[in-house]
Design a protein around this ligand. Structure first.
Ligand SMILES: NC(=O)c1ccc[n+]([C@@H]2O[C@H](COP(=O)([O-])OP(=O)(O)OC[C@H]3O[C@@H](n4cnc5c(N)ncnc54)[C@H](O)[C@@H]3O)[C@@H](O)[C@H]2O)c1
Length: 248
């Protein structure tokens, strides 16, 4: 039987694509998200969860166990963006971004870890960003959280190895999702540019391949990392960034 999976932030974007791909590959999949998806998918139950709250994560882990039993695959994907100059960055926004993307990754991993240890098998796959390896201005909280995820993954990879739990991270460049399109809209308004101009001059300027990645491309890479073929890959961070993160 294929391992049951939790995907955080699977009501939208990359998480949604990952949840559908895992479900179509025969895994039972549960979506942990703050909000329900716009269109419910009966194959992928939604469990309300704010991943930045330990009480909420403990409750979601219990509800999920009742639904699908022990969870062998965790995809830490929930995320959000906020941009401001460093000296104007609101502490509330700093805490929210670190809370969801770094503390949330820690809490979900911590609370599903005992199930994976019991199974003597597990896969944790984090969706960080190319901003987990490099920086852009005005993204202090996002860049700090995404760098932190890579460090946490290395520790977890060492601790997970005796239990056949692998921990890897994917670092995408720009992926065509609502989160990314919201940033395009802000840049269009801010710089009085067309959508095409914003994509060419701002978003894709550092990518060698001038194309947005599709969420399904990330999902297919997750499927590989979740498979038996990836059983000796751990502690790694893989870019899907059109060459933006090459060498890193
Ligand atoms: N889209 C990109 O270009 C891109 C690039 C690199 C990395 N990423 C990362 O990929 C991940 C998914 O991003 P996306 O583009 O699909 O965004 P998205 O906005 O489409 O989806 C993010 C999901 O996370 C959920 N979420 C937010 N706060 C939460 C919380 N406290 N608890 C639980 N769920 C919460 C949202 O409700 C939403 O469903 C994020 O971690 C993001 O940083 C995205």
């Amino acid at each position: 039987m294929k391992a049951a999976a939790v995907v955080t932030g699977a009501s939208s974007g990359i998480g949604r694509a990952i949840a559908i791909a895992l479900s179509e590959a025969g895994h039972k999949v549960v979506n942990w998200d703050l909000r329900a998806p716009l269109e419910a998918d009966p194959r992928i139950p939604h469990v309300f969860c704010d991943v930045s709250s330990e009480a909420a994560v403990i409750k979601a882990a219990q509800d999920t166990h009742a639904l699908v039993g022990d969870v062998g695959i965790l995809i830490n994907n929930s995320g959000l963006q906020f941009m401001a100059p460093l000296d104007e960055f609101p502490i509330e926004k700093w805490q929210q971004l670190i809370g969801v993307m770094l503390t949330g990754t820690f809490l979900c991993t911590k609370n599903l870890w005992p199930m994976m240890k019991k199974l003597n098998s597990g896969r944790v796959i984090n969706i960080s960003s190319v901003h987990g390896k490099l920086a852009s201005p005005f993204k202090s909280a996002y860049v700090a959280a995404k760098h932190g995820v890579l460090g946490l993954a290395k520790v977890a990879a060492i601790e997970g190895a005796p239990f056949n739990i692998t921990v890897n991270t994917i670092c995408p460049g720009f992926v065509d999702t609502p989160l990314m399109r919201d940033q395009v809209k802000s840049q269009m308004e801010l710089n009085k540019l067309s959508e095409q101009e914003v994509l060419e001059r701002v978003f894709l300027k550092d990518q060698q391949i001038k194309k947005l990645t599709h969420p399904d491309q990330v999902a297919q890479f997750v499927l590989f990392l979740a498979s038996d073929n990836a059983s000796t890959i751990t502690g790694e961070a893989f870019n899907i960034s059109g060459g933006w993160g090459m060498g890193l």
